[in-house]
Design a protein around this ligand. Structure first.
Ligand SMILES: Cc1ncc(COP(=O)(O)O)c(C=O)c1O
Length: 365
């Protein structure tokens, strides 16, 4: 069986170091918000070219805290994409705000032209840009548009740890960047975890207070906060994984190139690579009219694939409200019936990529 993703392989690749780190934490007697979390925050802010980083319980919380820290409240409109993990949108609704969806381009990232059209129509209070599948969105176009309308940009980098635009890390363009450390992510823990990065001190401090019950001083809540702490075990494990992130992203890029070289079927639409950007291939997503057929034939050949995601958020029961969609989402609705995520993780072998490519080529011809 060729797996679509394989978080256990990511553990086994560094088992000795990870086991030692876990024992160190267990022996320390300090399990929440201690030295490991602080050290990881410092290391991650350096890595991500931002002044501050704040460890939180998961990526959805990172987005919620980011929204609250920049002052988004009930009834505010927040522009984002519908072609994303539902978590992007659930963070918006958790603060009582309303999502306003715009379409995506053929590379699955936010369409800057539609953003401009929508910002002319509504009084949006923020934009959440998603760097989906490891592909950086076009921040060179998006940031000036948002600036023109004076709307802060939050970057959802849950699938794009280490991705670059002109050598600048995603998460350092907008006012806040949000990451998830869900086990299958490019930087994945062995449990839940998340991080918020920013170079804005006020935003950092506001988020830090909300992270723990609204406390500035212990047991005194200045604001109505939540509990969203990154635990010491995850932080210790993630510090080790961070040391190898660049290497594992390069391995993903190498495997992606292997797919590009071996998938010769002309009916397949392969991932776009925008010049000046470094895609980190959280997923390798192809497109075909015969998606369901391709997926079931691959499954018969013991090759696992996935669909990220089968239903756009605006068509899901919880978010199916016409007021969230001022413009038709033509690309979003077209793409989701055609996309297929092929196996992709750093420990996948070139032989396995060759086997997947041969299988795809033979099924579609
Ligand atoms: C694009 C995107 N945003 C947000 C999240 C939320 O992260 P988490 O699952 O850690 O809450 C995820 C992960 O599932 C994601 O893929």
């Amino acid at each position: 069986m060729i797996l679509q993703c394989n978080p256990k392989a990511g553990y086994l690749a560094h088992k000795k170091e990870i086991d030692e780190a876990c024992l160190r934490v267990l022996d320390s007697g300090w399990y929440i918000l201690g030295g490991e979390c602080l050290a990881f925050e410092n290391e991650y802010s350096k890595f991500n070219q931002t002044e501050f980083a704040l460890g939180v319980a998961n990526g959805t919380d990172a987005l919620e805290l980011a929204l609250r820290a920049i002052g988004i409240t009930a009834g505010d409109q927040v522009v984002t994409v519908s072609h994303t993990a539902v978590a992007t949108v659930s963070a918006i609704s958790r603060v009582g705000a309303e999502p306003v969806f715009v379409d995506v381009l053929d590379d699955y990232t936010l369409d800057p032209e539609q953003l401009e059209t929508v910002l002319k129509q509504i009084d949006a209070k923020a934009v959440i840009v998603v760097h989906l599948y490891g592909q950086p969105a076009d921040m060179g176009l998006i940031m000036p548009i948002a600036k023109q309308f004076n709307v802060p940009v939050i970057e959802d980098c849950a699938q794009a740890h280490g991705a670059l635009i002109n050598n600048k890390k995603v998460g350092s363009f907008g006012i806040v960047g949000c990451f998830s450390f869900y086990p299958t992510k490019n930087l994945g823990g062995i449990g839940d975890g998340g991080m918020l990065v920013t170079s804005n001190k006020e935003v950092y401090e506001a988020a830090k207070v909300i992270r723990q019950y609204g406390w500035k001083e212990r047991y005194i809540s200045e604001v109505q906060g939540i509990n969203s702490r990154l635990d010491e075990l995850q932080a210790a494990i993630l510090r080790i994984k961070l040391k190898y992130l660049q290497q594992s992203n390069q391995q993903r890029q190498k495997l992606a190139q292997f797919y590009f070289d071996n998938l010769f079927d002309t009916h397949l639409f392969l991932p776009a690579k925008r010049s000046g950007t470094e895609h980190v291939f959280h997923q390798f997503v192809v497109r075909t009219q015969n998606r369901d057929y391709l997926q079931s034939r691959l499954s018969e050949k013991q090759i696992a694939t996935a669909v990220h995601y089968p239903k756009p958020v605006h068509q899901q029961p919880a978010y199916n409200d016409p007021k969230y969609c001022p413009l038709p989402l033509v690309n979003t609705e077209r793409l989701c019936s055609q996309i297929l995520s092929l196996p992709m993780y750093p420990e996948l072998s070139e032989n396995e990529v060759a086997a997947v490519s041969d299988a795809v080529n033979s099924i579609l011809y």
